[in-house]
Structures are given as C-alpha cells and as structure tokens.
Design a protein around this ligand. Structure first.
Ligand code: KDG
Ligand code: MG
Length: 402
C-alpha cells in the first residue's frame, strides 16, 4: 500500500498570495490542494505545517473520507475558516491523487458529467454607469452568458467590486485600507445602474449583483423589491449571514433570488439557510468549506430543497480550487452557476491548469486528477507579501461590514 510520504506547504505571491499544499505518496504520486485564505494566509500555512503535516505521514492516501473525518471530527478545536481551509487542502490533494492513481479526471470519480460544461459569470464593473455598460459589452463580446454588475457609488468612493486596473484585487495594501460607506447613497444608486444594464442589453444575459453583506434585512428587502423588474439571476449576500433568520424577512418582501455562502465554511453553517428555504443559491467553495468531500455533502443537502450551487470563484481562490470546482460543478445534479474571474498572468505561470473557457462555459481538463501542475521555479520568483482586505466605515466614522 502506498502511504503519504511528504506534505509541503508552498507559499507564493504571483499577482497575489496563494498557499498550496502538495502531498507526495511513497509511489511518487503528487496531489495539490489550495489553502488560501485571503488576508490570513499564514494562519492556514502554520495550521497545516505545524499541526496537520506531522500526522499525515504514513497514512493511506486512498482513504479520503476517513481522512476528512480524522481531521475534522478528530480535532477537538474544530470549525472556522482557518481549520476548514486546511482540511480542504488535504481533501483536495487526496482527490487529485486518487484521480491520478485511477487514471481518471476527478469529475469521473464523482459520478461523471451531468452537463456539457459549467456556466460561469464574470465581473463587469465601472467607475460610473457608462464605463460599467462598456465593461458589460466587453464581457458579452468575450462570450460570457452571465455577468455581475457593480459600479462606484457617486460621492462615496471605494465601493466594493469596482476594478481599477486590468484585474480586481481588494487585498492590495500591506495594512488594511479604510473605505467609506453610505447605505443611503448605495440604495439610491445601485438599482439605477442595474436598470441601465437591462435597458441596453435586454434580458438574454444573466445579470447578477453582489451586495457584499452591506444591508440590514429590511434594507435588503427594499433593494430586492426595487430591482425586481431587472429580473436578477441573484442578489448576493444582501445581509451578513450571522443573523440567518434575517433572510426570512427579506424573503417575505421580494422574489429576487438570494445567494449566500462564500464566507461560510461547513454544512452546519448553511443547514438552516437551506432547510428553511431562505436562499436560492449556496456559494460555499471547495477551498473554504472543507474540500470536495464536504462541499458535495453541502450540495446534496441543498438539492433536497431545490437550492442550486453558485460557488465563489474570485481570484483569491487559486487555479487549484477553480479546477476542483469545475470537476464538482460538472458532476452535481443541482449546479446553478460558477463565479469565474481570470487570474493574473503571473498566477498562471505558477499554476499550469488545463481548465478551458469556451462560449460562456468552463470545461475541466481530461487528464487524470485535477489537471493542475505547480511550477516551483516560477513560484520562487514571487515571495509572499502581507496583504489585507479593506475595512469599511460609515460616513460618521463607525465600522461597517465590508
Ligand atoms: O476574499 C474576499 C473576496 O473573495 C470576496 O470579497 C469576493 O465577494 C466576493 C465575490 O463574490 O467574488
Ligand atoms: Mg461575493
């Protein structure tokens, strides 16, 4: 029987920080798992290096479910994003190994294709309405069938989701940047640009919007109602998900579909939202919700309640997560949509991925495992750089949810 011989924690910053776990078996088979937690990267690196790697050596890499149980249930101090990201990295690497040993792409191990490809949405944004509309047009020219629209709120500045250069990267400073926020200005403005997108491009394109945890339930209800004529594919994270019953209030007022879960890390954190039918799309991911093994469990629970998948896929999730997501998305019956932002060119110098974009969809590599290789020599050219996500403050100076 092959055993786990080595578990290496690889930290690099090609365009942004990434933490990757590479497991090597005694037969020389390697598997990759993403362990990136934006702005808290080294906490996961230490969790893996100091607490997980020592217990992996000598274990059977084929026992993927048992390893998950061992690392989750076997840890008295469990749960939370740092732990669940570390567990995810091990789980993803073991699925990669299993695919390579079997000679099959991971989606085949998960039951095979349920669809031809994975529908994705990308991010269109603008500093004002005309530039947002230009960016939506650019995405449609690139072949996207679904776009998320975000524009800078006039007079407020620093709005979430508005790209400055070629790529959107909120974790850009070595200390947290403080960004101003006005709920009133946002609520007045956001519906107008979503209407402008519909007016210009019609209803053939799926239109999404990320509120990014900024509203109270009643404010979110007002927003959802206001944008009903725009027939959004979803409004995302309308209110912070700590107060999950708040979603019931939103639901009582609007038929705009709701997507939640990019910051939630386990089936227990989404259980209430799903079983109470408070959401329409669950956005948990391979990297932050315990890997392929656990995310599939979440998706299966969601399927019972007609909740569809809509996994987070911003650029702080590495190409390893994107590949794992595409394999899982292809296989699950209740897939909805996958978020997809192109990574920086430097990122792709380190992660050689066979995931392919064509005609608004992603397609997985057909080679065994996940189909992503890590280039050590390229990674060494990009040393770690401390980066923080911003912090939001209301105009009176008090802290708001970012
Ligand atoms: O690390 C945080 C980002 O990934 C997040 O802010 C992006 O909300 C996001 C999204 O929907 O992509
Ligand atoms: Mg989001």
């Amino acid at each position: 029987m092959a055993t786990i011989e080595r578990a290496e924690v690889l930290v690099t910053s090609p365009g942004r920080n990434f933490v990757t776990l590479r497991i090597t078996t005694s037969d020389g088979v390697t598997g990759l798992g993403d362990a990136t937690l934006n702005g808290r990267e080294l906490a996961v690196a230490s969790y893996l290096r100091d607490h997980v790697a020592p217990v992996l050596t000598g274990r059977d890499p084929a026992r993927v479910e048992d390893m998950w149980q061992y690392l989750y249930r076997g840890a008295y101090w469990r749960r939370g994003p740092v732990t669940m990201t570390a567990v995810a990295a091990v789980d993803t690497a073991l699925w990669d190994i299993k695919g390579k040993v079997a000679g099959l792409p991971v989606y085949q191990l998960l039951g095979g294709r349920s669809r031809n490809g994975v529908l994705v949405y990308s991010h269109a944004s603008g500093v004002d309405v005309p530039s947002l509309l230009d960016d939506v047009a650019r995405h449609l020219d690139l072949g996207y069938k679904a776009v998320r629209a975000q524009a800078a709120v006039p007079g407020v500045g620093g709005t979430y989701g508005v790209r400055k250069g070629k790529l959107y990267e909120p974790a850009a400073t070595s200390l947290p940047q403080e960004q101003p926020w006005s709920t009133e200005a946002y609520l007045d403005f956001a519906p107008t640009y979503l209407e402008a997108v519909r007016e210009r491009f019609g209803f053939d394109v799926h239109l999404l919007h990320d509120v990014h945890h900024r509203l109270t339930p009643i404010e979110a209800a007002r927003f959802g109602k206001a944008v009903e004529p725009c027939r959004l594919f979803w409004m995302e994270d309308p209110t912070p998900a700590e107060n999950q019953d708040g979603f019931r209030l939103i639901r009582q007022h609007t038929t705009t579909p709701i997507a939640v879960g990019e910051a939630l890390t386990s089936v227990w954190e989404v259980q209430h939202l799903i079983t109470e039918q408070l959401i329409d799309y669950v956005r948990t991911t391979v990297v932050h919700a315990g890997g392929i093994t656990h995310l599939r469990r979440i998706f299966d629970l969601a399927a019972l309640y007609q909740v569809r998948t809509g996994s987070h896929g911003a650029t702080d999730l590495s190409p390893v997560t994107l590949a794992a997501a595409v394999h899982l998305d292809l296989a699950v019956p209740n897939f909805g949509i996958q978020e997809y932002m192109e990574h920086a060119d430097e990122t792709m110098e380190v992660f050689h991925s066979g995931v392919r974009f064509e005609d608004g969809m992603l397609h997985p590599p057909e080679e065994p495992g996940l189909g992503v290789e890590y280039d050590d020599a390229a990674a060494e050219r990009f040393p770690y750089q401390r980066r923080y996500l911003p912090v939001a403050r209301r105009l009176d100076g008090s802290v708001h949810d970012w």
